[in-house]
Ligand binder design. Sequence first.
Ligand SMILES: Cc1cc2nc3c(=O)[nH]c(=O)nc-3n(C[C@H](O)[C@H](O)[C@H](O)COP(=O)(O)OP(=O)(O)OC[C@H]3O[C@@H](n4cnc5c(N)ncnc54)[C@H](O)[C@@H]3O)c2cc1C
Length: 453
Amino acid sequence: MVGQAARLLHQRGILARLGHPGAPPVGQAFQFGGIGLDLTTAPESPLHGVSTSQQELESALAARADEMGVDLRRSTELVGIAEGPDRVTARVLDGAGPAEIDAAYIVGCNGAHSRVRDLAGIGFPGITDSTVVSRSAEVTIPAATLVPERAELELPGVGALGLYRWNRTPRGAWSMLPRASGTLLVSALEWEHDGNGDDSDEGPATVPEVAAAIERVLGSRIPMSAPAGPGPHQLRRRRGRNTRIAETYRRGRILLAGDAAHVHNAVGAPGLNVGLQDAVCLAWRLAGAVRGTPRLLDGYERERRPAADRVAVHTQAQTLLLSPGAEVTALRALLSEWVREPVVVGRLATLLEGPDVRYPCDADAHRLTGWFVPDIDGVDHHLDDPRPVLFDLGGAPAERPHGVTVVELAVAAPPVGALLVRPDGYVAWAADESGPRDATALHHVAVALGSDA
Ligand SMILES: Cc1cc2nc3c(=O)[nH]c(=O)nc-3n(C[C@H](O)[C@H](O)[C@H](O)COP(=O)(O)OP(=O)(O)OC[C@H]3O[C@@H](n4cnc5c(N)ncnc54)[C@H](O)[C@@H]3O)c2cc1C
């Protein structure tokens, strides 16, 4: 998981459940379309990241939801929606047969093929690149030795193989990712229009098929086999790639979030970052709406669609950079020169961390307003709060709005005097030192958030 979502989960204590008790680490190196980025040269905006499996993350989120009294129903399929002026009814099928669930709103967080989106009649425009085939398998490579300090795999007869990144060759791209269990996730990307993507494979993917794809791309045979034990072990073939964004995130009482609202290439791992941030942005707005402030829902798409647009841009750019062709090689050569400039690394790190989109705010708003809360010592510990949090770092107005949690923090050389942080971690208001004008602005912002009515 890459980017701000890692900090978001830290703020909620969910990373600790995943065995990461401290703040998420700042990466030293990353990649953009397989071009290495030395993040230690970036002047600011380091990139956060945490290694976990999606299954473990989902279990941790489910455990927290359960503790908070959420009624989580497994094996319950949504099959229909009936919308009235004040309520909406979900028609579901579970083990006991058909049932109806009455609600104020329905949020479709049901993935790329969202039934909710279809039932609401919301289009999903975008592009499908059907020339690309990706294959991946979780395997063991018994002859290989892991060299963690160089992030390489040493294989007799083949040499050193770079880990954790896409490696481009004239025939496609390959990657190898060590797993905590000691296995490796190996992946190959091939483009059919260059005659490299063998499309003769039918039926479920197999380890020999993935090994053959790696051999075509890499030019060397890597002896690999399925791991011992019951699994499940990842094994997949995927033809085509989609970049699509829902034509609207809301129709009446029906809303969309995560992959139901946007899909893009997985390169750079932006999916959970953008999807989890949709969820937290919508959550406090929905809570306000059901308590009587429905206007709060208006800001959801305004804030989140530009983030999805930005992810669509950088994932398509990264996919192009991995594809074969002399022009792409030339573009990579230029970009490889530019990423030696700290300012370029910083821009790319900010793009991947965020994305680099400021939420709409007044033209004269403080420079931190509209951005994810900066990494100030002690702030993250106070952000598992359903209400906005006013941090007084020595410059908050004496008059505090109602409905916000106030935290006084003593920080050496604070970068700002006071901050109002929304439940989704974004700064709603900030001031360097407070005068009467700031107190009025703070009050207005708190009212806009539904807190100081
Ligand atoms: C190969 C691959 C690798 C990836 N790697 C990464 C990575 O390293 N990092 C990263 O951040 N992201 C990664 N992603 C993207 C990430 O997996 C998705 O962005 C993320 O899972 C989206 O979450 P979601 O909850 O929106 O949808 P999903 O995870 O698709 O969940 C949707 C849920 O809705 C349920 N559902 C569907 N229809 C119905 C219905 N009618 N009734 C009831 N339930 C229904 C489904 O069963 C499912 O549980 C990767 C994706 C792929 C394909």
